[in-house]
Ligand binder design. Structure first.
Ligand SMILES: Nc1ncnc2c1ncn2[C@@H]1O[C@H](COP(=O)(O)OP(=O)(O)OP(=O)(O)O)[C@@H](O)[C@H]1O
Ligand SMILES: [Mg+2]
Length: 212
């Protein structure tokens, strides 16, 4: 069933814990669109802009004296710039946007740091009117499994701050509690091509694209 026409633009977001396979699956989906002759705009948060760089620095080096509220404002500033400069123009031009993390991550991670999740949502959905994705693929993984993947990937081991298993358990609870209409949970463990195929089927069903 065709739910929308391509001229309207589609906004697809990947969410999940560290190491759940978001970046891997974003690329698989981009390739699937490409095979169908549809170009996508592939982007990520935090961005490579000034605010996003600050956030990555915190993730790499630890929080120092930055309070959760300050850190939260970095995310919102980064997102505002990202929406204004990349996401909104692409959607207005009728393009498919695939975004690796978005404000659901802010709710789940900053919520796990102790900020009020409803308030974070309000700041992202009400005050800032960031576009709501047509589809959110949530890659569901046990924290330990995700951390193991990251460790295998990076010789120096996992980042400090964001990747501790205990912390990620709280983050997972926050993701698991999300029941937005656009949210689809996908098992992140298994063969990556099989996972990609599952995601293509979801995109096909939900958005009406004829992908293979
Ligand atoms: N289905 C899978 N099975 C096993 N390993 C996988 C699978 N998908 C991805 N990986 C591997 O796990 C690691 C993490 O994957 P990826 O970088 O895509 O995760 P991510 O969710 O983007 O992580 P981060 O939150 O750190 O950006 C990579 O080394 C990747 O090759
Ligand atoms: Mg990634």
């Amino acid at each position: 069933m065709k739910l929308k026409r391509l001229t309207e633009g589609f906004f697809i977001v990947f969410e999940g814990l560290d190491g759940s396979g978001k970046t891997t699956q974003c690329k698989c989906l981009r390739d699937a669109f490409r095979r169908a002759g549809i170009d996508t705009v592939f982007t990520r948060e935090p961005t490579d802009g000034p605010w996003g760089r600050k956030i990555r620095e915190i993730a790499a080096k630890g929080r120092d004296n930055i309070t959760p509220d300050e850190e939260m404002s970095f995310f919102v500033n980064d997102r505002r710039q990202h929406v204004d400069e990349v996401i909104r123009p692409a959607l207005d031009a009728g393009k498919v946007v695939i975004c690796d993390r978005y404000y659901y991550s802010t709710i789940a991670y900053q919520g796990a740091l102790g900020l009020d999740r409803a308030e974070i949502r309000r700041q992202n959905e009400v005050i800032n009117v960031f576009p709501k994705p047509d589809l959110v693929i949530y890659l569901d993984i046990e924290p330990r499994r995700g951390v193991e993947r990251i460790r295998e990937q990076r010789e120096g081991g996992a980042n400090v701050g964001y990747e501790k298993e205990e912390f990620l358990k709280k983050v997972k609870e926050n993701f698991d509690a999300m029941d937005d209409y656009n949210f689809v949970k996908v098992k992140a463990v298994g063969n990556r091509d099989d996972i990609a195929e599952t995601i293509v089927e979801i995109v096909r069903d939900r958005l009406g694209f004829d992908l293979h």
